[in-house]
Design a protein around this ligand. Structure first.
Ligand SMILES: C[S@@+](CC[C@H](N)C(=O)[O-])C[C@H]1O[C@@H](n2cnc3c(N)ncnc32)[C@H](O)[C@@H]1O
Length: 292
């Protein structure tokens, strides 16, 4: 399981959590998000939640657990919890080798298929899109591939994340240097404009994307996502336990159109998660195909 907390160093004295309280809080989070935290990582709860408890004027985890169950603000508190338990690490063109391989094999195949059928339609779902760098990258790749022809295509990238602050940041589309750490300069120059606050993604790139807050642990919400030719879910299922991985990957399978592809992170695997997809091996990536 990957590192859960992006920033867990603090000079404040942390509150202690008992094993029983840890299990209660862990199970609550699992129930809401599918994110599973091993008891070996108990200290991470102490690190990240202590500040939140003191903001609420609470001095122990038992009172926080009661707050989550009974307080009138318990629904709003969920948003805070989502922020505390997720890692939003991402960047434009993250994992270039995988993306190049995706473009040259998977995307090329889908584009040619559509052209042959005279359709020019493409639906892509970026599940766990964080602050938007992944879906914007996909839009840029499509601009680079289709160029002038893009205007004649109906392309929709549905980009969702659990975290509302991340979705709001994605919609704003303004980024600092960190987001470009894996991006060639010519791509930044072509698809972004420099503003006082940072680099703003150009409207032509943003136009293809529909951002939405969504919990992958909410099967009804997942059913409302338009059927996709390609699903991207990179560096997300790593935080889920086996049962949640199976549920989510099962939903992706149902969502995909016949012949569609699921792309996961290069350090992730569907081994023991799903046998319904056919792994297709390309240099630099494995694409999981729903055979139709
Ligand atoms: C490490 S980021 C990956 C971002 C991007 N896919 C990439 O690879 O660069 C993981 C994202 O998954 C999201 N996430 C975690 N659990 C989720 C859930 N149950 N539903 C929706 N998004 C979730 C987090 O909020 C976070 O933004």
């Amino acid at each position: 399981m990957g590192s859960l907390f992006s920033n867990s160093i603090s000079l404040r004295k942390n509150l202690k959590i008992t094993d029983h309280e840890f299990v209660q809080l862990r199970d609550f989070i699992y129930d809401k998000t599918g994110i599973y935290v091993d008891i070996k990582r108990k200290y991470l709860f102490e690190n990240r939640f202590s500040k939140r408890l003191s903001e609420l004027g609470l001095t122990n985890f038992a009172d926080y657990i009661k707050y989550l169950k009974f307080d009138t603000k318990k629904a709003q508190e969920l948003t805070k919890i989502f922020e505390l338990v997720t890692t939003n690490e991402t960047s434009f063109c993250r994992d270039t080798k995988q993306l190049d391989s995706f473009r040259d094999h998977v995307l090329k195949e889908k584009i040619e298929e559509q052209r042959k059928a005279g359709k020019r339609e493409l639906n892509i779902w970026s599940a766990g899109c964080s602050s938007g760098e992944e879906p914007y990258t996909l839009s840029i790749i499509l601009h680079e591939m289709l160029r002038m022809e893009l205007a004649r295509w109906r392309i929709r990238i549905t980009a969702v994340d659990l975290s509302l602050p991340m979705i709001n940041r994605a919609k704003k589309g303004v980024y600092g240097e960190y987001s470009f750490k894996t991006t060639p300069d010519n791509i930044r120059a072509r698809y972004f404009t420099k503003e006082a606050e940072g680099w703003k993604v150009k409207p032509t790139v943003a136009k293809l994307i529909h951002f939405q807050q969504m919990n992958l642990n909410d099967p009804m919400a997942l059913k409302r996502v338009p059927r996709s030719h390609i699903v991207f879910c990179r560096n997300v299922i790593i935080y889920f336990d086996q049962a949640m991985k199976q549920r989510v990957v099962g939903s992706f399978y149902d969502n995909l159109l016949p012949g569609g592809y699921l792309m996961i992170g290069h350090s992730e695997t569907l081994h023991r998660v799903s046998q319904t997809f056919k792994p297709i091996y390309h240099p630099g990536t494995i694409a999981y195909k729903k055979e139709g």
